[in-house]
Ligand binder design. Sequence first.
Ligand code: NAP
Length: 322
Amino acid sequence: MKALSYASYGPAEVLGVGERAIPAIGPQDVLVRVCSAGVNPADWRLRNGQFKRFMKLDLPFVPGSDLAGVAEQVGADVVGIARGDRVFAMTPLAKGGACAQYAAVPAPLVALVPETLALEDAAALPLAGLTALQALRDKAQLRRDQSLLVVGGSGGVGHLAIQIGKAMGATVTALCGRRSFDFVRSLGADFAVDYADPEALRSLARHDVVFDTIATTPFTRWRHSLKAGGALVTVNPVLDKLVPGFAARLLGIARLRSIFVQPNGRDLAVLGEMAASGSLRPIIERRLPLSDGADAHRLSEAGHVRGKITVDVFDDRSGGAN
Ligand SMILES: NC(=O)c1ccc[n+]([C@@H]2O[C@H](COP(=O)([O-])OP(=O)(O)OC[C@H]3O[C@@H](n4cnc5c(N)ncnc54)[C@H](OP(=O)(O)O)[C@@H]3O)[C@@H](O)[C@H]2O)c1
């Protein structure tokens, strides 16, 4: 099969498309013929070695955790998924494997793609959507009629968090660049605030939940935007371990929670149902062929993606790889 891979940590130039063996599956795995793969900042953070102290990769490594495609082969112990089903999955970060024509995925991480969702769109949902869902539902315990501030509303995680927040019945404010005001409003945000406008930041209302999907601003900044008893959830995966609860409370943050996304087919099915009902719509800014995988990483690394970037892996019209 054709796959994007790298044999050493480094810049995007280490990426190349080559031939690899189709992965073998065990009795609890599904072999997916990948149609599209989603690109996330984790992909280039893994590639450039940023995570290597705590996440060792088996090199050469096939990047990508988000995939959507068709079940080609199903392990003997797998229930609920049959050969030919349209499926999507998030693979564990240190396993990757999405940017290849075939990927072996443990069945508990796989969900069926609803009929109304194109595979190309489904590939944009897993990692960012699971992050947003797990952050708002489990970490923040967001409730109907609460107010939610999404810091970074235009990004991969943020644009899905706006929609999930709305579907949960919250009033949503998106903090984003001015150029993205129409974009976040089109996703349902009730208010848009410019992250580059100091005056607008100073006069931000207080919210029940702040979800910081960017985490480059010191977390203490958001205490002024939180109601008493409110929750700050951050994509910094360890902040709540570094700052004990009592210290956060002293700083005016009743609940400080970090999110470290967990691959999970059940949660993915929840996202699929939301997409089928029309309450969740992944937006893809750029779709690139597998041969331009390095450019997909560069675009993500530049930090200004609006929505998602995906990579087309198998072109079903030509029966070959892109
Ligand atoms: N802990 C976890 O489990 C977890 C899971 C998923 C993601 N993450 C991390 O979360 C971060 C976001 O992921 P992502 O996929 O959403 O990234 P992304 O799609 O690459 O985010 C890009 C977006 O961020 C916006 N942005 C940049 N700086 C901003 C700021 N200061 N305020 C508001 N918006 C800003 C950009 O808007 P402009 O172009 O207008 O600047 C752009 O639209 C990454 O660092 C990623 O590694 C962590």
